[in-house]
Design a protein around this ligand. Structure first.
Ligand SMILES: Cc1ncc(COP(=O)(O)O)c(C=O)c1O
Length: 385
């Protein structure tokens, strides 16, 4: 009997579908994997070095330093610019835990500012008042694949002699004011977690920078603090090297990233057209940003009912993120006594919903999602009235 690859049930539209991506890349990926086995270069090696060069080119930066994951990329970058005990780093609470984890792992304290009510990204107008004599860095997070106006962040930072590091984990290929995510600030940090717009087949990450000094420090720290001789360690480093297999796989996928991101924008347009006049709001993209829609996020006060209704249509949704970081037990020790309030972030967490978004999503399925949202909202509004 002939075996068929497992396929998803016809009625189900997932939030993301990695199997579809990997099926479409089958022979290309296999050839890349075979190359790594033939060379048996499993840690760093030629494929990783080539990926570093190609990704630096893609981002328009001097260098890429590949590492083990996006959390490490943030920590390596922060450590490379000397962030440590007694320092404060400003970021947002509407992000994945890793952003603040990296700050704490360096010995510093995260200071959370609220987000803009339209974009749900860092509200740059709040930075000036959040800066204290201990502030050493700001991390804008390009959440959902939309870029914060990094140039505006840097203008504030420059007045105070503070560094800016971009968390571009969700924004491979996005741009702000014509520059790719990660390319404007001193360094940009990427995750290549499998579900990202550019994802490995396992954990992987990278720091990009045009500063040769930052690049050299990150490169040394990711590989046990050595820079040349195998058993000479100049500083205390760590092991955060990218696997050869991930480097080879990322090189294949990087060649498709521009087309994949364009397809995500097409799907976003379809959703936008179908949701016009529907009683939900679409989270906005900053004016100067060309987004890559890692997530397509809508908002409604009846979020949980909408989510259930969509599930009944076989449509999977997500919440990015349900508990803001200033309300997470992990970060409570770093807040002032009694905690802090971030009203826009808190309201967002209660009302956001991410719709299915991946390049292989068909036009028919995208339309089915848009129509289901419209129908479900109409039904809820009738019930509420
Ligand atoms: C905004 C953001 N920052 C950092 C990270 C951390 O990346 P990783 O999971 O590769 O460590 C992620 C990954 O989900 C992320 O979404």
């Amino acid at each position: 009997m002939r075996m068929h690859p497992p396929s998803r049930p016809a009625a189900t539209i997932p939030l993301a579908d990695l199997r579809a991506q990997h099926q479409s890349l089958g022979p290309e990926l296999q050839a890349a994997i075979d190359r790594v086995f033939a060379a048996s270069d499993f840690v760093l090696g030629d494929e990783v070095a080539q990926f570093e060069a190609e990704f630096a080119d893609y981002c328009g930066v001097g260098e890429t330093i590949a590492c083990a994951n996006g959390t490490d990329a943030l920590e390596l970058a922060l450590c490379a610019i000397g962030i440590g005990v007694g320092d404060e780093v400003i970021t947002v609470a509407n992000t994945f835990a890793a952003t603040a984890e990296a700050i704490v792992r360096c010995g510093a304290v995260p200071r959370f500012v609220d987000v803009d009510p339209q974009t749900l990204l860092m509200d740059v107008s709040l930075l000036e008042t959040a800066i204290t004599p201990k502030t050493r860095a700001i991390i804008p997070v390009h959440l959902y694949g939309s870029c914060v106006d990094v140039a505006a962040v840097m203008a504030v930072a420059a007045r105070h002699g503070i560094a800016v590091i971009e968390d571009a984990a969700q924004a491979q290929g996005a741009s702000t004011r014509g520059k790719r995510a990660g390319a404007t600030a001193l360094a940009g940090c990427f995750s290549f977690y499998p579900g990202k717009n550019l994802g490995a087949c396992g954990d992987a990450g990278a720091v990009v920078t045009s500063s040769p000094e930052v690049a050299a420090r990150v490169r040394q720290a990711r590989d046990h603090g050595r820079s040349g001789e195998k058993y000479k360690h100049d500083v205390v480093g760590r092991n955060s090297r990218m696997d050869g297999l991930q480097g080879a796989i990322l090189r294949v996928k990087l060649r498709h990233l521009t087309a994949w991101n364009a397809r995500r924008r097409e799907i976003a347009q379809t959703y936008g057209a179908l949701l016009r006049g529907v009683d939900v709001s679409i989270v906005a993209v900053p004016v100067a940003s060309q987004p890559v829609y890692h997530q397509f996020v809508i908002r409604t006060a009846e979020r949980d009912q909408l989510r259930q209704a969509l599930a009944a249509h076989g449509i999977q949704t997500g919440i990015h993120y349900p508990i803001p970081l200033h309300q997470q037990p992990a970060f409570a020790p770093y807040l002032p006594p009694g905690g802090i309030e971030l009203p826009v972030t808190e309201a967002a967490a209660a009302s956001i919903l991410s719709l299915p978004m991946f390049p292989e999503l068909s036009d028919g399925d995208a339309r089915a999602v848009g129509r289901a949202v419209a129908e479900s909202r109409a039904a809820v509004s009738t019930a509420v009235a």
